[in-house]
Structure formats: C-alpha cells, structure tokens
Design a protein around this ligand. Structure first.
Ligand code: PGA
Length: 217
C-alpha cells in the first residue's frame, strides 16, 4: 500500500477559538492511520495548532500556505521561511488563488521555492495543468485545475491520473490532486497509480468530515 498525503488547506478561514474546537472534535483515531496528514492554517495559527496537536498527541504535520520570497528584513507584512520553519515542515507554493489575486509570477514562485528549500521546508507546489512551470528543487506537485477549486466540480480521476503520470515522467516524486475532493470521491483519486494523495480545501474545515475522508482514502 502506498503512503498517502492528505493535505488540508484551510485558506483564510478559522479564528483561534475555531481551531481549538476543530482539534477538540477531531477523532483521535486520525493518528492511527498510515497517512501523512498535513494541516495548512493561516500564519497566525501555526504556533497554536502545533501546540494543540502535541497536547492531544495527534499525528499531524503543519504546513504554511505561503512563504516570503525574501530573507528576514525590511519587507513589511511578509512572513519568511526562517520564521515558518519554527512551526511547519511543509509550505504551499503557487496556489492558483495566490497567482490570481496576488499576481504571483513564475519568477516569484521560483524565489519562494528556493527560500523554502534553504530552510528545509518542503514545498508543495501547485500547478494548474501539465504545462505549468515547475521550479527546480520541487518534489511534491499538486495538480489543482481552476475549474475544480471550490466549485463542487472535480476533475475526473482518469484525467488527474494522466497528468500525474506525465508529471512523474518528468521526474517529480510525489503527485497530489486537489479540487472539490470530498468523502464520496476521495478514493477514486487515491486509488489511481500515479496519485499519492489529495489536497482538500472546503471539506477539511469540518473535523468529522475531514477524519472520515482520511479513513476513506
Ligand atoms: P476545495 O479547494 O477542496 O475547496 O476545492 C482545494 C484547494 O484549493 O486547495
């Protein structure tokens, strides 16, 4: 059996009290499954989520949703890789919401990947199709087509598999699918040979639904 990645992207959601509630309600058995479960909250919640997970003995890893393209210094509002490394093992880079709303370019994304790698953060690099540029140093690629994000209209597992096998032929090690993954369809993706896991937005916000998705994966 392959070891699957289940990544929760909370986007710009949840206050501290809501995170406490999420952790409280998450069934502890989530720790007993053989999965790399990665939760990506807002920067403000990285520290608390890490401590809450330790206190509850939850086997989860923490990821950030973005990283500065710059080192520490005069970059008001930025959160840099050295700061993130205190709390997280992973970082999402190149999500289409950032490309679209914050005009992130290939050059910026390349700098972000380099910065993450310098501080031993593992980039989970989001692509929107087989032709999306992927900077060198990336090992984990997440295919998230625009039409499938937050729409309830996922890509087909067959198409995701086709993209996955092309990405793997290019030498990338781990391939994830994201976009309207839920309890009903998760297995159809994870059972595909080239797909090593899923990235889940909306369906990860509810702890019970999320834990059921993990069990069904
Ligand atoms: P969704 O989001 O599961 O809500 O479609 C996925 C993502 O954007 O990572």
């Amino acid at each position: 059996m392959k070891s699957l990645f289940i990544v929760a992207n909370w986007k710009s959601n949840k206050t501290l009290s809501e995170v406490k509630e999420w952790v409280e309600k998450l069934p502890v058995n989530v720790s007993s499954v053989d999965r790399e479960v990665i939760i990506c909250p807002s920067f403000t919640l990285l520290s608390d989520l890490k401590n809450l997970a330790i206190n509850k003995n939850l086997k989860i890893e923490i990821g950030a949703q973005d990283v500065s393209a710059f080192e520490q210094g005069q970059y008001t509002g930025e959160v840099n890789a050295a700061q993130i490394k205190d709390f997280a093992k992973y970082v999402l880079i190149g999500h289409s919401e950032r490309r679209k709303n914050f005009k992130e370019t290939n050059q910026t994304l390349e700098q972000k990947v380099a910065m993450a790698k310098n501080y031993n953060l593992v980039p989970i690099f989001c692509i929107q199709g087989n032709d999306t540029y992927i900077p060198s140093g990336v090992e984990v690629v997440a295919y998230e087509p625009f039409f499938a994000i937050g729409t309830g209209n996922p890509d087909t597992p067959e198409n995701a598999e086709e993209i996955g096998s092309m990405i793997k032929q290019k030498g990338f090690k781990t391939f994830l699918y994201g976009g309207s993954v839920n309890l009903e369809n998760v297995k159809t993706f994870t059972s595909m040979p080239s797909i090593d896991g899923v990235l889940i937005g909306k369906a990860s916000l509810d702890p019970l639904e999320f834990s059921k998705i993990i069990e069904s994966s």
